[in-house]
Design a protein around this ligand. Structure first.
Ligand code: RIB
Ligand code: CA
Length: 316
């Protein structure tokens, strides 16, 4: 049987407990190859997310993978997010790790994104897992990345469900709505893996115990960073936490896990209370061509089995 080549990824990320779990999922999946991590403010500040990204490539045994530091704040407004309450002050659930040995790439994230996409036409899948500032900057500076990227698969937005950062907005979009507006209207193939699907998949304490039992460096790291995150969810009355960023990676690895529908999606930027709302025009009343492939359902059991198999090496 012909072997398909791995998809080549740039992951733009704010690690972050769930970002870290998503990046480790990618490292353990032969369908994808990480070409670089670009970092962004979000769950914690960008200096910290950059240190965490460097830790992750070293943990995975790939210190040669570039980590390029990105924007410290949204495009046009001050940053007011409180992700550290969810992810801990170090973004890794307050677990302590040694400082990474490596240094960030000399380029800023937006330049790294531009250089890598333009040097590899049609090859790079861009996977944003945080606020979209770096991606908006990249496409504004070099609009030709739109024709040269393979596709963009982002974690963010809420089409048919309530928000998690406000009554209507998902956190990554809420943290920089102006950038999200640019990215949603750039004209590239864009898949939105939002709360509609990420909140349907829950990692329960029992599931996390199954990961812990594998006792390898990846699952040991996950066991160290998840208790704080799990406690936050417990305070919301949940038995486990929703699987946000790994859902975007799952879509890249196996799109058949998801049901998606094309729609014209607008990002609200002006309203004080509703900015960051991603509004799909399901009935085509605006008369616009769809700009987003919106994920609306997921086979959670199959996804969780895949994640467990990849992280533990056991096909249970
Ligand atoms: O709303 C979930 C998103 O916000 C995830 O990307 C999580 O890491 C946080 O940034
Ligand atoms: Ca994230």
């Amino acid at each position: 049987m012909a072997q398909t080549r791995p998809k080549r990824l740039i992951i733009d990320t704010d690690p972050g407990v769930d970002d870290s779990m998503a990046i480790l999922f990618a490292f353990r999946s032969p369908e994808v190859r990480i070409e670089g991590l670009t970092t962004i403010f979000g769950n914690v500040g960008v200096e910290q997310t950059t240190r965490n990204a460097l830790r992750l490539v070293e943990l995975a045994g790939h210190p040669e993978i570039p980590v390029a530091m990105g924007a410290p704040k949204p495009l046009t407004r001050p940053f007011t997010g409180k992700g550290w309450e969810v992810h801990g002050r170090n973004g890794l659930g307050e677990a302590e790790f040694p400082e990474p040995e490596g240094q960030p790439d000399s380029r800023r994230a937006a330049n790294f994104i531009i250089d890598t996409i333009m040097a590899n036409p049609g090859e790079i899948t861009l996977v944003p897992l945080g606020p979209l500032t770096n991606v908006a900057l990249a496409v504004s500076v070099e609009p030709r990345i739109v024709e040269n990227v393979r596709e963009v698969v982002l974690m963010g937005g809420a089409a048919n469900v309530a928000g998690n950062a406000s009554p209507v907005a998902e956190a990554n979009i809420r943290n920089d709505p102006e950038s999200a507006h640019i990215v949603f209207h750039a004209g590239w193939p864009l898949t939105m893996v939002g709360l509609d699907v990420t909140e349907k998949t829950m990692m329960t304490p029992d599931y996390l115990d199954q990961l812990r039992a594998a006792n390898n460096p990846f699952t040991d790291f996950i066991s160290a960073i998840t208790p704080h995150y799990l406690n936050f969810s417990k305070r919301l009355g949940l038995n486990g936490f929703p699987v946000h960023d790994s859902s975007a990676l799952a879509y890249v690895i196996d799109p058949s896990l998801f049901d998606c529908r094309p729609a014209y999606v607008e990002v609200e930027t002006r309203s004080e209370h509703y900015s960051g709302n991603t509004v799909p025009d399901w009935r085509g009343q605006r008369g616009q061509e769809p700009n987003v492939n919106v994920c609306v359902d997921v086979d959670s059991d199959r996804f969780l089995a895949l994640y467990r198999e990849r992280l533990t090496g056991v096909n249970a």
